[in-house]
Structures are given as C-alpha cells and as structure tokens.
Ligand binder design. Structure first.
Ligand SMILES: NC(=O)c1ccc[n+]([C@@H]2O[C@H](COP(=O)([O-])OP(=O)(O)OC[C@H]3O[C@@H](n4cnc5c(N)ncnc54)[C@H](O)[C@@H]3O)[C@@H](O)[C@H]2O)c1
Length: 346
C-alpha cells in the first residue's frame, strides 16, 4: 500500500495530537518535523526519533514529503504555507487558516496556483453527533432555521499565556478568545446556519494581561434572516463546556462539548440521544481533547487526496470564520453594526 509521507512544521502542544493520529492511520507516515529553533528541533528529534529541521526551506527538501501540516503560531501559518505550496506539497493547516483575510487569501491563492490541496483542521466537524445534527438540518427536520447560538465560555490559567508567548498577541494569535478558542464552535455555527449578513459586537480584555480579547459577545443576523448570538472567553472560571444551539420552526438541538444533549422535533418520536463521541472539551485545559477527531479529519483528507475529491474544510470555508471574527473586532472598535462580506481594509 502506498503511504502518504507527512511532515509537520511547529513542534508545540498540538503537534503530538497530529503525530498520534498519523501513527494510527495505515496509509500515512510521519517522516519529518521542523521547529523554529535548533534547540526545539533537537528536543523534537529526541522525542519523535525522525528527521527534524530548524529551517523550513531545508525541511522542504526532505526527499519523501507529500504533505505538510502547519502547527506553528497562527499568525505564522502563511509564510510556511507559501513555501510549502511553491514546493508542490499538499497542505493541512491548523485552525485558524490565518489571522486575517489578506494572509488567508494569499495562502488560498498560492495553493490554487501550485495545484496543491489545502485543508484546514476543524476536527469538531467530524464528531458523530455533529454530523447527525448537520444531516437533520439539511433534511429540513428542524424546519426553517430561526436562531443559532455558539457559546465558548472557557477559562485559561495565566501560564497558558506565559508559556507560549505568541498566544493572545495581535501578531501571533490575531486576537484572543474569539480567534483562538471560539473559532471552533463558530465554524460549526456557520456550517449549519450559513453566511452572516451583519454583526454587532463588543469584545474586551477583562482578566489576562494580553493584547487580544478574553471576553466578548456578538449579535448576528444570518443571510437566511435567522438571528444568532455568540460569546467567547478565556476568563470565565472554571470554564464551561462549549455549546452550539440550533433552533428551527419545528424543533431544536444542543451540542455540548461535541455531544448532543438536547434533541426535540415536533411530531417525531423522541430519539434516544446516544452518543459515540468522546471528543473532550478544551473548556479549562486545551490538551484535554484527545486525538480521535484529528485522526478522523486526517483520514478524510488523505482519502480526498487519494481519490482527488474535494476536501470538507477547504481554504474558502475556513476563511469564513476568520471573516466573521474580523468583522466582530471591527464592530467592537467602531461601536456599530458591521456588514459582511467583510474585507480587512474595510
Ligand atoms: N485544533 C485544535 O484543537 C488546536 C488546539 C491547540 C492549538 N491549535 C492550533 O495549533 C497551532 C499551534 O498551537 P500550539 O498550541 O501547538 O502552540 P505552541 O506554542 O505549543 O507551539 C507552537 C510551535 O510553533 C513554533 N513556531 C512558532 N513560530 C514559528 C515559525 N515562525 N516557524 C516555525 N515554527 C514556529 C514554536 O516553536 C512551537 O514549536 C495554532 O495555530 C493553534 O491555533 C489547534
């Protein structure tokens, strides 16, 4: 069996989840790593026992690489991605695709120009309960959608920010609780509810000594005329499981930490809410998430490559959550409603 040969750029917290996922997939092999400093590269070489580089251009000359996975600070995805695309490598990039739309668009164009497949990690798209919810909405079982809410009221200890100095900075993280943490659930909300027409938001820094926001709320109108509200935080001790709430004319459902905890459709027999999902929640600990859903997304991505099929979370889809968050920041700054489509220079 032909194995896809994979290299990862960035050797921080999330890299281990990818390595564990890749190691469990039959037709995949992790062959190389790249870190931004020789010391971290050496530590990664000791830990993973595979070829490790401290320079992206040198890493890209590895003779076997088919796919590059980018796990660097969010605001550094683009530079590595442009080099990898130019070298003809397929790309699977950690969320967010990038921290603003100009940088996301450069990445998307480079992948198109170089004929490589771009996927973005939003592993919660692959939870069995989320897929059940999405299918039911698509089949119209909840009726016309009236409201969709996403709440990511999490907590992070101070060391979370002090141990990764890019986190919570505008340059490295593009913001705070919305761009880094909330984005997972906002992506699900957009996938179910469709595009946003306008947003009115307020974000602030309330607890942590960071540049980005650690608390915020937004009210949205979707293109389909439904309303929605979202909240996100890393300041709300002890951190509650993230929630996605979908309300239609015929019923409603709530997904909490990847599990359906509420499911009612008028005129339908109650369904047992059986869940085979154990995704975990990053409510208080970012690494409490396991690697099962990363593995599911890797399997999907490799299958799409093998059969030359579309990738579920491709660049333009992943761009939507960044666009919403950028519009939220702008609305908070201007203290008025902001319309979408939104451009960074708007
Ligand atoms: N899907 C998820 O659930 C999930 C969870 C955590 C993090 N993430 C994402 O993964 C990415 C990394 O997050 P993390 O928590 O692992 O961060 P981290 O701080 O633990 O690690 C970041 C790594 O990137 C390296 N790095 C930073 N700038 C670099 C550069 N310019 N070139 C090469 N390497 C560079 C650092 O040396 C470090 O090894 C972020 O985009 C984050 O949003 C996703």
């Amino acid at each position: 069996m032909r194995k896809f040969k994979i290299g990862i750029i960035g050797t921080g917290a999330i890299t281990g989840k990818h390595a564990d996922a890749i190691n469990e997939i039959e037709n995949a092999e992790l062959v190389a790593l790249c870190s931004s400093s020789p010391e971290r590269a050496k530590a990664a070489q000791d830990k993973f026992g595979i070829d490790t580089y401290s320079d992206v251009s040198a890493f890209l000359t590895h003779p076997e690489l088919d796919i590059v996975c980018i796990c660097t600070a969010s605001g550094h995805h683009m530079e590595a991605g442009l080099l990898a695309a130019k070298a003809g490598k397929h790309l699977l990039i950690e969320k967010p695709i990038e921290i603003n739309l100009t940088r996301a668009d450069r990445l998307i164009s480079a992948c198109e120009e170089n004929g490589v497949k771009l996927g973005v990690i939003f592993q919660n798209r692959f939870s069995a309960d989320y897929l059940k919810l999405k299918a039911a909405v698509q089949e119209g079982r909840f009726g016309k959608l009236l409201m969709g809410n996403a709440h990511v009221n999490w907590y992070r200890v101070p060391e979370y920010y002090s141990s990764s100095p890019w986190k919570g900075t505008l340059e490295g993280d593009g913001g705070g609780a919305f761009m880094n943490q909330g984005i997972h659930t906002f992506d699900l909300l957009l996938d179910i509810m469709g595009d946003v027409k306008s947003v009115f938001a307020k974000v602030k820094t309330s607890l942590h000594p960071i540049e980005g926001e650690d608390l915020g709320a937004a009210l949205m109108t979707f293109e389909n005329k439904a309303l929605g509200n979202i909240t996100a935080s890393t300041a709300l001790y002890p951190g509650l499981p993230e929630r996605l709430e979908i309300f239609g004319k015929c019923g409603s459902a709530v997904l909490e930490a990847g599990k359906l905890i509420q499911w009612s459709i008028q005129g339908e027999e109650p369904e047992p809410i059986v869940t085979d999902t154990n995704a975990g929640s990053g409510a208080a600990d970012p690494m409490a998430i396991g690697h099962a859903l990363h593995k599911a997304q890797w399997k999907h991505y490799l299958n799409a490559l093998k059969n030359d099929e579309p990738v579920l979370v491709e660049g333009n889809m992943a761009r939507k959550s960044v666009e919403l968050i950028r519009a939220i920041y702008k609305s908070s700054e201007l203290e008025r409603e902001v319309e979408l489509p939104f451009l960074d220079h708007a």
